[in-house]
Ligand binder design. Structure first.
Ligand SMILES: Cc1cc2nc3c(=O)[nH]c(=O)nc-3n(C[C@H](O)[C@H](O)[C@H](O)COP(=O)(O)OP(=O)(O)OC[C@H]3O[C@@H](n4cnc5c(N)ncnc54)[C@H](O)[C@@H]3O)c2cc1C
Length: 466
């Protein structure tokens, strides 16, 4: 039987990063993945394919709406959707192939099959050909991720009533896509198809899209998406979804309780994701799972069975690839006897619509609720020379800082390249910078990052360009 210091179950961003860090620290490591490609949700049916389609559709949208103003004439512009999906598949294949390379490079043994505990130190790996093998591991890291969630009365048939997984591999551009859930995944995929010409209706139960984000971001994003043609119905509660063959009928109650009917050719169910633990044999080892299906852990991500850890989407916290990666690193280092730490307040959240939305730290609503004495500075993107040069005028940056110490407590951005720009705010907050620290740091001109500097200047009423 194969013996390992560490076995990792699941090869998503949590699992593969944990495996690499374990191997770097000299631990003999195995990784088990039930699918025949590595990379989990993120690489295969999540972050990477969605960004590939967002980028392709962005090019098309720019070509149809903005090229003429830039002085570029294109005629006979059209979408070859099959090619767009094929390119997306190629990006996914290359990225997943990269994980195989990294496993090889770090001498990590890869097992393909479903991993299931037979006891706390033995994992049975069941393969698709019906055979199985057992490995022994002193420590195990569960990184089995999540699956799309639905509502109890919705039957997801994966044909017309679909999840994000199917939405990333459609064979035609929907005429009318009904998106149930105005969170990150629904808005990103809704944007893709809206840019490609679909009518897109987003139905959200809460009064705002992207619930949980700073209200300024939700409001600004909703304005921008509406301008792009997406129809957004907030405070609407979906009560029924029916596949009628070649159309889907969705009924939702509006704010006043009146039923509203939506007819489309596809409905995307994007109401969140649920932790995935099926087939793991948790009951065999007595690992506790919460009411929400998340594996319960202590602050060291250790389950109630002390040699078994759990990370990523399968435990509590934001369902984000970079959160899973940080947790993978943390657990590997803990196992190796180090004392790592994660500040969950500084895990950024991003929506890859256009304009992009990105945030880190506390929202204004959270600071108000906690009774924190704060000051705020905002700066509109349209005041930037760079924004005018590139015609990306929508958006703003808001910086929230402690009223007495000036320490930055939260940064909320909407605008071109916000997904990349939020890194500066994360670093600033990791080093507990004050808004003045950023305001006094030189930012290259002309760049979008100047808006962050200006918003920091605005915290003390001294923005230069507004
Ligand atoms: C459409 C979409 C877009 C997204 N975009 C982003 C984004 O832009 N940025 C971001 O940060 N996050 C994004 N996410 C979320 C991100 O994909 C997840 O947070 C991330 O993949 C979680 O990583 P993980 O390692 O915990 O689990 P996963 O990536 O879900 O990987 C778990 C792996 O475990 C395997 N597995 C499960 N059970 C077993 C078993 N018993 N034996 C063997 N293998 C098993 C699964 O097959 C899977 O490969 C997106 C998600 C979706 C759906």
């Amino acid at each position: 039987m194969n013996n390992y210091d560490v076995a990792v179950i699941g090869s998503g961003p949590g699992g593969y990063v944990a495996a690499i860090r374990c191997a770097q620290l000299g631990l003999k490591t195995a990784i088990i993945e039930k699918y025949n490609t590595l990379g989990g949700t993120c690489l295969n049916v999540g972050c990477i394919p969605s960004k590939a389609l967002l980028d392709s559709s962005h090019h098309y949208y720019d070509a149809t709406k903005h090229f003429k103003t830039h002085g570029i004439n294109v005629s006979d512009l059209s979408v070859n959707f099959q090619q767009m999906i094929a390119r997306k598949n190629e990006v996914v294949a290359q990225t997943s192939g990269g994980i195989n390379y990294l496993m090889d490079k770090n001498n990590i043994d890869v097992f393909q099959g479903v991993g299931s505990f037979s006891d706390a130190t033995h994992i049975v790996i069941s393969k698709t050909d019906g055979t199985s093998e057992t490995i022994e591991a002193s420590k195990t890291i569960i990184a089995t991720g999540s699956k799309p969630a639905s509502l109890p009365f919705i039957s997801v048939d994966k044909k017309r009533v679909i999840t994000s997984t199917e939405a990333l591999s459609l064979t035609e551009i929907p005429k009318h896509l009904i998106v149930i859930g105005g969170g990150v995944i629904g808005l990103e995929l809704g944007s893709v198809y809206s840019r490609l010409g679909s009518e897109v209706s987003v139905i959200e139960y809460m009064p705002n899209i992207t619930p949980g984000m700073d209200a300024m971001l939700s409001k600004e994003l909703q304005k921008s998406l509406k301008k792009q043609g997406l129809k957004i119905y907030t405070s609407h509660k979906v009560t029924s979804v029916e596949n009628k063959g070649n159309e889907v009928v969705v009924i939702a109650d509006d704010k006043k309780g009146n039923p509203v009917e939506f007819k489309g050719d596809y409905t995307l169910i994007s109401v969140g994701r649920k932790p995935y633990t099926e087939g793991l044999g948790l009951d065999k080892v007595g690992i506790k799972v919460s009411e929400r299906g998340q594996i319960e852990t202590n602050e060291h991500l250790q389950t109630n069975v002390s040699n078994i850890y759990a990370i990523g989407d399968v435990v509590k916290g934001a369902m984000l690839a970079h959160k899973a990666e940080e947790e993978g690193t943390l657990v590997a280092e803990l196992i190796a006897g180090q004392k790592p730490h994660i500040d969950y307040n500084l895990i950024p959240g991003v929506v890859y619509t256009w304009p992009e939305v990105a945030a880190v730290g506390k929202t204004e609503e959270q600071l108000k609720e906690a009774g924190v004495n704060y000051k705020s500075g905002t700066f509109a993107m349209r005041a930037l020379g760079r924004a005018r040069a590139s015609m990306d005028l929508d958006g703003q940056i808001k910086v929230l800082a402690d009223a007495e110490t000036d320490e930055i407590l939260g940064v909320h951005m909407i605008g071109a390249r916000a997904a990349d720009m939020i890194a500066e705010a994360v670093i600033a907050m990791e080093f507990r910078a004050s808004s003045e620290d950023i305001a006094r740091s030189s930012h290259a001109h002309p760049t979008f990052t100047e808006a962050f500097k200006e918003a920091c200047l605005a915290v003390n009423d001294r923005a230069i360009h507004s």
